[in-house]
Design a protein around this ligand. Structure first.
Ligand SMILES: Nc1ncnc2c1ncn2[C@@H]1O[C@H](COP(=O)(O)OP(=O)(O)OP(=O)(O)O)[C@@H](O)[C@H]1O
Ligand SMILES: [Mg+2]
Length: 404
């Protein structure tokens, strides 16, 4: 992302030939880390597997999760509570609680594997290259320090920017997120919740990170402020070329804000691909159910569907398909074999036996639903769910987009 006035003396200004060579044409003004591969994708997560150890069991919170975030792209991560969204985000920068451990896979930023970096070496990346804004982050502001000083802190501490210069930059950052300079002198309690969350976003932006992760960044705010914060993210994306991972329960937020969506279920990827495609044509029955459970102003649907049952206990997840016990399309195969991920011709990845490797992406492997309310491969151009018996439609022409 572009910073108008890189602070003088900052090691990331890339002064000299080596620094200049490391710059990425176009967006990024700071040099890449020394061991970066300029041709590598911005962020590539492969087979990430994270466990939590408990006294008597292991929680398989994230299991074999892969995805990619390209430069300037926004990726939404969706899924029910407990499906591993936060654990995935925390694994990216190894900010896991003490009983959490990445047991497999890689997280590559500019081609640099962060999983195997020493804790010391990781400081170069955490906050500086990947910053996280949490739900309720605004409550993490220090109540006895002025907001400007708190925004300036990462610049002083991580980038050794002199205090005066860091404060000047903090003012710029506050302005960038919509807080007038004069308010920088305020203490957190003198600002509204929305302003405090904006301050946290300014703090996350301070070191010019390559990726910002918002983990439910607007959940604690009222709807009007939520909309303003999302607009802010949208603006920052376009003006700064920010790459964003947005974790949210709210599918309409993903529909409006993101290019791609990763739908997680019980620690695994259910479906991943372009937002438009997945929201129009959900292929995984879980995605279809999730969409049907969400209000849609275009649909003639008076009741929202509830997904029956509970996600599995991740201390002992089912060995085959994890959604099987709640899936209206489940067959014996789903109870016996874990579905591999298949990439459809339109680039959507889906892990469901309905879509085997040879699939054309239009015709599911079986069309006779085990429960009558589910329509597969429906050419309905609308929603299969009705006000009487809301069902899910999976496949081509399935569900209407949630918003847009
Ligand atoms: N410190 C921990 N020790 C043990 N289990 C944990 C720990 N933290 C999370 N888990 C478990 O890991 C799984 C994934 O949790 P995670 O917080 O990543 O889910 P989430 O998708 O972010 O949920 P939510 O939408 O509620 O924020 C859950 O089963 C959760 O109970
Ligand atoms: Mg979470």
């Amino acid at each position: 992302m572009t910073i108008a006035n890189p602070p003088p003396g900052d090691p990331r200004t890339g002064a000299g030939a080596a620094g200049a060579a490391a710059r990425v044409a176009g967006r990024r003004q700071w040099p890449l880390p020394r061991d970066a591969d300029p041709k590598a994708p911005l962020l590539e997560v492969e087979h990430l597997t994270t466990h939590f150890r408990l006294a008597s069991a292991t929680v398989h919170a994230v299991d074999d999760v892969s995805f990619r975030l390209n430069d300037g792209e926004a990726l939404g991560i969706a899924g029910e509570s407990g499906c591993g969204k936060t654990t995935t985000a925390l694994s990216l920068v190894r900010l896991l609680p003490s009983n959490g451990r990445i047991v497999g896979g890689s997280v590559k930023l500019f081609g640099i594997d962060l999983v195997h970096k020493s804790e010391n070496a990781l400081r170069r990346y955490r906050g500086r290259e990947i910053a996280i804004v949490f739900q309720g982050a605004m409550n993490a502001l220090n109540p006895v320090r002025r907001v400007r000083d708190q925004v300036a802190e990462p610049l002083e501490e991580r980038l050794d920017v002199p205090r005066r210069e860091a404060r000047r930059r903090a003012d710029e950052l506050l302005e960038l997120v919509g807080i007038p300079r004069a308010r920088g002198a305020a203490y957190p309690h003198e600002l509204s919740g929305g302003m405090r969350q904006r301050s946290m976003i300014a703090m996350a932006l301070a070191c010019d990170p390559a990726v910002i992760i918002g983990d439910e960044p607007t959940t604690a705010l009222d709807v009007m402020v939520q909309a303003q914060i999302l607009e802010l993210f949208e603006r920052l994306r376009h003006t700064l070329g920010l790459s964003l991972i947005l974790i949210t329960h709210d599918l309409s937020v993903i529909a409006e804000t993101c290019d791609r969506v990763l739908v997680m279920y019980a620690g695994k990827v259910a479906e991943e691909g372009p937002v438009d495609t997945i929201f129009r044509t959900p292929r995984h029955p879980y995605t279809a159910k999730l969409l049907a459970a969400f209000p849609n102003i275009r649909a003639d649907r008076r009741t929202l569907e509830v997904i029956p049952g509970q996600p599995p206990d991740l201390r002992n997840p089912p060995p085959a398909c994890r959604f099987e016990s709640r899936c209206p399309m489940a067959r014996d195969l789903c109870r016996e074999v874990a579905p591999p991920e298949t990439t459809m011709p339109d680039g959507v990845r889906v892990a469901c036996h309905l879509w085997p490797a040879s699939s054309d992406g239009i015709t599911p492997a079986w069309t006779a639903p085990s429960r009558p309310e589910v329509v597969i491969g429906a050419d309905v151009g609308g929603v299969a769910a009705t006000s009487e018996g809301a069902g899910a439609s999976v496949g081509a022409g399935g569900t209407e987009p949630v918003a847009g």
